[in-house]
Ligand binder design. Structure first.
Ligand SMILES: Nc1ncnc2c1ncn2[C@@H]1O[C@H](COP(=O)(O)OP(=O)(O)OP(=O)(O)O)[C@@H](O)[C@H]1O
Ligand SMILES: [Mg+2]
Length: 317
């Protein structure tokens, strides 16, 4: 059975939800049958790969083979794949009436700076016959000489309206009945990441066509605001040991990642009835630890250190 993420991947630009400015721009490239090198930047699951595929599909009339190549930079990290695979594809003259081919390089920010230099040279040498679309979560990890040679398109997290449209589209196709509050809840835990929503919804649908909030919670393993609120209250009272146990439970039993953990603290703190100054201190720490985790530091240790800092803050208050 096809995962819904694939089953409901838009085939044309018109089916893409949200990202209006980007879709408009891509449509104008389609009309001109021409495009510059592009850098798609934005969080996971907001349509970067989808837009590239839909665009290529329309541009090449469904003939992707030979005209469109998708590589994932994080699977085959390093300079060799760039030299070999990219070159092999990019240097061959296109056999189509568009006049160029497209190379889509997913997770380009996983490439080392050296590999990016090699890529940059190829983008120059073969630009006539091959246009590059690079995709990344963090554009700041792309070297400056590439950034200055591409048009950067920034994808936004989908809005609540967008998510509603998507979930209703699928509910109709799959004949699902949504309990009140399900869409709001999905939006809240997804951060606009459509992939997450589709996977959770598909999981919940296994449990029954009537989609209840309870089943969504079971499937998503998301950190419920209530539990996070409890954890923060414990730290405010100086109960480090209990708070830490709670954090381990969330991360180990529910499989919450370090980034999700911090995101949940962030959402919860904003809603809590505590002084603004205290919120500001928390947010500053959340930002700092989020950055460390994104840079690749060990998640468990970082979350522990984060809790320690919050504890110290509460002691000094
Ligand atoms: N804007 C959108 N409209 C409709 N469906 C979407 C949209 N964005 C994502 N999806 C759905 O979510 C799935 C994942 O999206 P996609 O692969 O495009 O994410 P991405 O932005 O490339 O993320 P990543 O950074 O993780 O590669 C798609 O298969 C599609 O079903
Ligand atoms: Mg992608």
């Amino acid at each position: 059975m096809l995962p819904w993420v694939e089953k409901y991947r838009p085939k044309t630009l018109d089916e893409v939800i949200g990202q209006e400015n980007i879709v408009k721009l891509m449509k104008s490239f389609l009309k001109q049958k021409n495009m510059p090198h592009l850098l798609f930047a934005g969080p996971p699951g907001v349509g970067k790969t989808t837009v590239a595929l839909a665009f290529a599909n329309e541009l090449f009339n469904g003939q992707l083979s030979g005209n469109f190549l998708e590589l994932n930079a994080s699977d085959e990290r390093g300079i060799d794949v760039i030299r070999e695979k990219v070159k092999e594809f990019a240097r061959v003259i296109p056999q189509n009436d568009v006049g160029f081919k497209i190379l889509f390089l997913d997770e380009a920010d996983a490439l080392t700076p050296e590999a990016q230099q090699a890529l940059r040279r190829m983008m120059e040498v073969y630009s006539k016959q091959t246009r590059f679309i690079l995709s990344c979560n963090y554009p700041s990890k792309i070297i400056e000489p590439i950034q200055s040679r591409v048009s950067i398109l920034r994808f936004q997290p989908l809005t609540k309206k967008d998510i509603e449209k998507l979930v209703k589209r699928i509910a109709k196709e799959e004949k699902l009945e949504l309990e009140e509050g399900v869409i709001d809840y999905l939006y809240e835990i997804s951060e606009g990441d459509t992939r997450k929503i589709l996977n959770i919804l598909q999981g919940a649908a296994y449990l029954g066509k009537h989609i209840t909030l309870e089943n969504i919670k079971k499937i998503s393993g998301a950190v419920f605001s209530e539990e996070m609120k409890g954890l923060i209250e414990l730290l405010r009272k100086g109960e480090f040991k209990k708070a830490r146990e709670q954090s381990i439970k969330l991360m180990v039993e529910y499989g919450v990642s370090g980034e999700e953990f911090l995101m949940s603290v962030y959402r919860t703190v904003l809603k809590m009835d505590i002084p603004d100054e205290e919120k500001a201190q928390y947010i500053e720490k959340i930002a700092e630890y989020n950055f460390r985790i994104v840079e690749g530091a060990n998640e468990r240790i970082q979350v522990d250190a984060f809790l320690s800092e919050l504890l110290l803050l509460s002691k000094n208050r």
